[in-house]
Design a protein around this ligand. Structure first.
Ligand code: FES
Length: 218
């Protein structure tokens, strides 16, 4: 959802040079405000910053695009150019391309009950932390996967850690289940990720009561 120049087809984008009424302006910001479904447009005119807020899809009359700097292509974590409008879909599709290595895979339950307990988009939040820590790619990559109900809703929000023991994952950290992870702080997640990176057994950094016990019934 965007705002458009007067021609109704060209989206208003950050970095554009445009003409608004009689003045030449530079678009400093063109930002989506999801909560209100509006666009915030900040532009520079005669050295003054001016802010407009308009509903999505608004066509701004008397504002025309003059020029746009070519934007560098977006590259995904596998180093491929991405199709416009997508987060990581590669332009050159190769059905035989190997999957991206991961040392650990962390499954975050987004079944109905766990998702309700979590409230925030936990997977997105964890991916952002991993990116910041440089663990979203490379030899120590930790992959976050959303999953449906594990059938263990009483422990919500459930997470499971799986080590890639075929590669460099530490078997001591394989098949571990965690409960109430929605209550973990960002610092706790960082400690867990550091331990996975450094091959430290999670038993050294995660409190005993955080694990979901397992037993054979019947
Ligand atoms: S909803 Fe997560 S275990 Fe059931």
């Amino acid at each position: 959802m965007c705002a458009y120049y007067e021609n109704g087809t060209e989206k208003i984008k950050q970095g554009d040079t445009a003409r608004y009424l009689t003045r030449e302006i530079t678009i400093l910001e063109a930002k989506h405000i999801k909560s209100s479904k509006r666009m915030r447009i900040v532009y520079l005119a005669n050295e003054r910053e001016i802010t407009l807020e308009v509903p999505y899809k608004t066509v701004i009359g008397a504002m025309d695009l003059v020029s746009r700097k070519p934007t560098p292509p977006k590259i995904n974590e596998m180093g491929q150019e991405v199709v416009e409008g997508y987060a990581c879909k590669p332009k050159d599709f190769d059905a035989t391309r190997p999957i991206m290595h991961f040392k650990y895979q962390l499954y975050i339950c987004e079944g109905e009950r766990c998702a309700k307990a979590g409230k925030v988009d936990k997977s997105a939040q964890l991916r952002a932390i991993l990116k910041r820590m440089g663990l979203n790619q490379g030899q120590h990559r930790i992959k976050i996967s959303r999953t449906g109900c594990f059938g263990a809703c009483r422990f919500r929000q459930v997470a499971q850690c799986v080590a890639n023991t075929q590669a460099n994952g530490n078997v001591a950290n394989n098949a571990l289940w965690f409960r109430q992870t929605h209550q973990w702080s960002e610092a706790q997640w960082e400690r867990l990720f550091e331990a996975l990176r450094d091959d430290t057994p999670l038993s050294e950094v995660v409190d005993e009561e955080a694990y979901i016990p397992m037993r054979v019934y019947g």
